[in-house]
Design a protein around this ligand. Structure first.
Ligand code: SF4
Ligand code: SF4
Ligand code: SF4
Length: 407
């Protein structure tokens, strides 16, 4: 049994987790974290009998807010994620839809050579209706446009500035590689502006969507390949930055907590990983961040992704955005934007994702910002689709402010 499952024993039934769960707040289909997590564990262990809560397990979005709130250290979201693997096994594996959405790197690589055509299909109402009926991806769910150019091809053509003062390895993840090379380019420019030589170790998808969807066996294959590829960078330069909160979290903790991987290589890699904003704030604290930033006279809402809380690093993006002259930033009041990775794309969960995100969407409607800022790619896509506003990674805002200040 994994450590996360043992934590169920700590539950004192205080109910705090139920007060923060964004899903049970908007639907009766999900009974809430206390019942599904620690109490459900008693059914799974054969201690309690009767109706198992596992029929509703699918509705947990794995946002992690319950785990963060529990005063007794019960890892409720993680208990649910492990329990989901048994459900998937009992159903004979993942359905086609979940297999597809769990492999963003494969989908991106297949679509890249025909990106304009693939984007036209994904933007066509009729095609999306057919996809919804056949595959189960909601017709209105946010889908990022496929990029005709990969991030790594941008990186190959990029010329490094001379005389770096430090070296960092960059884990760009598959979303940057396939859908948002411009985010990766901004990360590289900002790191270089601050004296770093950026290396691009060979890498692959971290496997988080497979973990979240309940296919741990396939995820272990992804994890083993990735940690093998990143092992050298974990030793030298010893710093691996990730721009996606979820990529970073997977490498920092999820392989150990959920897949039970605690070998030396996985541990070394997890120790070397920094969220890019966390890394930049450390530079700032050491007096080594270039703070010559141009003025951006605008109002923005910053939404910290639910997974950021699990990093235990506060909200470094807010610290960085506060350095930009002229920029007014209001923090999101919502714990979760609703999409939680691939969750909100599924036909049976789309409305739940929209209802969960309503707090944020209404706040955006009140504040009327010029743009929204968020560290996580799937959240950015969901918020952009739901609000009609541009949504940037915090480092893209910094990059723009540096550009305004003159390179
Ligand atoms: S917050 Fe923690 S201790 Fe309280 S009911 Fe939930 S799992 Fe149990
Ligand atoms: S992970 Fe999120 S959706 Fe799942 S039980 Fe916890 S708070 Fe609710
Ligand atoms: S968390 Fe990062 S690497 Fe993992 S699937 Fe998502 S984008 Fe890809």
């Amino acid at each position: 049994m994994l450590h996360v499952q043992h934590t169920a024993d700590n539950c004192i039934k205080c109910n705090i987790c139920n007060t923060v769960c964004p899903v049970s707040a908007v639907t009766d289909l999900f009974p809430g974290p206390k019942y599904e997590g620690p109490q459900g564990q008693r059914f799974r262990a054969g201690i309690d009998t009767g109706d198992s809560p596992d029929a509703s397990l699918d509705y947990c979005s794995a946002c992690g807010l319950c785990t963060q709130a529990c005063p007794e250290g019960v890892m409720i979201a993680e208990i649910n994620t492990v329990a989901r693997t048994r459900l998937v096994e009992a159903r004979g594996g993942l359905p086609l839809r979940d297999k597809l959405v769990s492999r963003p790197s494969l989908m991106g690589a297949l679509a890249r050579p025909v990106a304009p055509l693939a984007n036209a299909v994904m933007g066509n109402r009729l095609a999306r209706t057919v996809i919804e009926k056949v595959v189960g991806v909601h017709r209105d769910a946010a889908m990022p446009p496929f990029s005709g150019i990969s991030f790594r091809s941008w990186a190959r053509a990029h010329r490094r500035p001379p005389d770096p003062r430090r070296t960092v390895a960059y884990f760009h993840g598959c979303a940057t590689e396939e859908f948002e090379p411009e985010v990766g380019a901004a990360v590289v420019r900002v790191l270089e502006r601050n004296g770093a030589a950026v290396t691009f170790p060979p890498q692959n998808c971290c496997g988080l969507p497979l973990i979240s969807n309940g296919d741990f066996d396939s995820a272990r294959g992804y994890a083993a390949r990735l940690t093998r590829r990143l092992a050298g960078s974990a030793i030298d330069p010893g710093v691996i930055v990730a721009n996606s909160t979820s990529c970073g979290m997977t490498l920092k903790a999820k392989y150990r907590e959920l897949l039970g991987l605690d070998d030396e290589r996985t541990t070394e890699v997890s120790r070397a990983v920094y969220d890019v904003c966390e890394y930049l704030v450390e530079l700032h604290d050491a007096g080594e961040l270039d703070t010559r930033l141009g003025e951006i006279r605008a109002r923005a809402v910053y939404h910290p992704p639910c997974q950021l809380m699990a990093h235990g690093i506060g909200t470094p993006a807010l610290d960085l955005l506060a350095l930009v002259p002229g920029l007014e930033v209001e923090r999101s009041r919502a714990g979760c934007c609703g999409t939680a990775g691939t969750y909100g794309t599924k036909v049976e969960k789309y409305q739940i994702a929209m209802d969960v995100g309503r707090t944020l969407f209404e706040q955006v409607g009140e504040v009327r910002p010029e743009f929204v800022v968020c560290d996580s790619e799937t959240c950015r896509w969901h918020i952009a689709k739901s609000t009609g506003l541009p949504v940037y990674h915090p480092v893209q805002v910094l990059d723009h402010a540096y550009e305004l200040a003159g390179r």
